[in-house]
Design a binder for this molecule. Structure first.
Ligand code: ZN
Length: 184
């Protein structure tokens, strides 16, 4: 059964953590009491680690997560929009009001890589960098989840991400990825 007015993920997480103040909490409970769909999503959250919190709180780069984490999000009934992108490639992407999160699968040759950083490449401003992110060398991909709350506020924009292998010999760029975002 679909919910006409689904509680957003950030609010569900806050509620799950007991951080929604009254009287908002009471209103939420009223909705959850009558809504099997949102209740199921809330229950699913309990199966996830505190990483969910970071998934909705992190900044523009967002967070890098493991494949099992994404699988747990799917099992939890969260609505994920996925994009797969090859090194040097670009993708037209969006987020809809009823998406809980966007998952970007950055494809990359990761054999022999011991530490991987993700950098947001700006035209100007300070760069953002996530150090030592989880990656799956065998699957050849890095999974990134930007802040859904932030993304939903954004007009059309272009974001570039770069994967950088860090080793004793220094740093080696692995690939650039371009996201052409437009609002839904
Ligand atoms: Zn609902």
């Amino acid at each position: 059964m679909r919910c006409a007015n689904p509680v957003d993920l950030e609010t569900l997480v806050a509620y799950w953590l007991g951080e929604v103040p009254e009287p908002r909490a009471a209103l939420l409970e009223e909705h959850l009491f009558g809504c099997a769909s949102c209740t199921r999503r809330l229950e699913g959250l309990a199966a996830l680690a505190a990483g969910v919190r970071a998934a909705v709180k992190e900044g523009m780069v967002g967070m890098a997560v493991s494949a099992p984490f994404v699988e747990a999000m799917q099992r939890a009934g969260l609505r994920l929009r996925e994009y797969r992108i090859e090194p040097g490639g670009s993708v037209n992407c969006t987020i809809r009001a009823d998406d809980d999160a966007v998952v970007s699968r950055l494809r990359a040759p990761l054999g022999g890589v011991t530490r991987l950083d993700v950098m947001r490449v700006h035209g100007g401003g300070p760069e953002e960098r996530l150090a030592d992110v989880p990656f799956d060398a065998e699957a050849g991909e890095v999974l990134l989840i930007p802040s859904a709350a932030w993304l939903k506020t954004m007009p059309a924009f272009t974001m570039r991400m770069r994967l950088i292998a860090v080793g004793e010999a220094g740093e080696r760029p692995i690939g650039d990825y371009t996201f052409n975002h437009s609002p839904s």
